[in-house]
Design a protein around this ligand. Structure first.
Ligand code: COA
Length: 325
């Protein structure tokens, strides 16, 4: 088995900034409430001309340039997203065409906010076994298209953006153990009820605003603060590491209070935790790769350092993994 590593990284966020003050003009909320309950100050919103594949393409181009890999050398493109341009063709196929990666197979991965970690697991396995050489893994979202801007309990949380990594055989920035899981019995607490085969689009589903994100915030909160530490502790136990062996932590950027509770339980410090949600909100599948790419570009990680990743989301799903820089 070969080692699989991250060869390049990139991200792209739309130009338009939607602040908490802007949201307070739209729904009954305030900058103070949003900051105190979530830590979010602003988020990016895609232009009406932009779709998920456009953001994904920009992030992918940056990752490929950084990896110095030609699009023709990519064997597989995975786009982890809950906001594909459309059900089909897949957003990954649209990206393939945009970047000219015509030797690549391409598909979308649906595991809600944990999708990027699921994608890492898959890419690692395929590269390690020699089934493929280079995989372009992208987490990309235009969540503003499925957020109900009349619902203050959800519209303050989410934003748009994309992050990408190129994964291939490498002795550097290596993917170590990755564990993913799911509990479908909790699917109802975070979902987009209509628009699929269960509730196809009708005038009624539109009138009932069922094409938007519906969420039981408190239940999601409870799930996250128990499952993420449990999964991370399970990962460390499996590979015989202690929390002291971890240099950096990149959690899914959903809510600062969730992150604070998780690091407290794990015994990690705020100084070693990468947080960017004040700028972008929760970008679902894009949140971990954007945070990773931003920190890597800023030179935060030193060679050999261990980076713990942890995601969670609808499904319910979760995933945790270890990177060695
Ligand atoms: N502005 C002002 N008040 C708001 C508000 C907003 N944006 N959203 C909700 N409220 C109100 C509620 O209506 C409620 O009012 P009431 O007491 O009069 O009924 C009050 O604030 C408290 O609501 P509650 O839901 O208990 O707040 P909370 O502390 O649980 O915070 C979330 C709400 C959504 C921020 C929090 O539950 C959360 O972040 N959950 C996880 C969500 C998540 O991460 N989802 C994605 C996972 S991938």
């Amino acid at each position: 088995m070969r080692l699989a590593g991250i060869l390049g990284w990139g991200y792209h966020v739309p130009d338009h900034v939607l602040t908490n003050h802007d949201l307070a003009q739209m729904v009954d909320t305030s900058d103070d409430w949003i900051i105190a309950r979530t830590g979010i100050r602003e988020r990016r919103i895609a232009a009406t001309t932009e779709a998920t594949s456009d953001l994904a393409t920009r992030a992918a181009e940056m990752a490929l340039a950084q990896a110095q890999i030609a699009p023709s050398d990519i064997d597989l493109i995975i786009v982890a997203t809950v906001t594909p341009d459309m059900a089909f063709p897949s957003t990954a196929c649209l990206v393939q065409s945009n970047i000219g990666a015509f030797n690549a197979a391409a598909f979308d991965l649906s595991a809600a906010c944990s999708g990027f970690i699921y994608g890492l697991k898959l890419a690692q396995s395929l590269v390690a076994t020699g089934a493929i050489d280079n995989c372009l893994l992208i987490g990309a979202e235009t969540l503003s298209r499925i957020v109900d801007f009349m619902d203050r309990s959800t519209c303050v949380l989410f934003g748009d953006g994309a992050g990408a990594v190129v994964i291939g055989p490498s002795q550097q920035h290596t993917l170590q153990t990755i564990i993913v899981g799911a509990d479908g019995s909790g699917g109802h607490i975070l979902r987009q009820p209509a628009g699929g085969s269960r509730n196809p689009a009708t005038q009624e589903t539109v009138a009932l605003r069922q094409h938007f994100i519906h969420m039981d915030g408190q239940e999601v909160f409870k799930f996250a603060v128990s499952k993420v530490p449990e999964a991370a502790e399970g990962l460390l136990a499996k590979i015989g590491l202690q929390v002291e062996d971890i240099d950096w932590f990149i959690p899914h950027q959903a809510n600062k209070r969730i992150i604070d509770a998780v690091i407290k339980r794990l015994g990690l410090s705020p100084q070693q935790t990468i947080v960017n949600l004040h700028k972008y909100g929760n970008v679902s599948n894009a949140s971990i790769p954007i945070a990773l790419a931003e920190a890597a570009a800023a030179g935060v990680f030193q060679s050999g350092e261990r980076i713990l990743l942890a995601g969670f989301g609808g499904g319910l799903t979760w995933g945790t993994g270890l990177l060695q820089w």
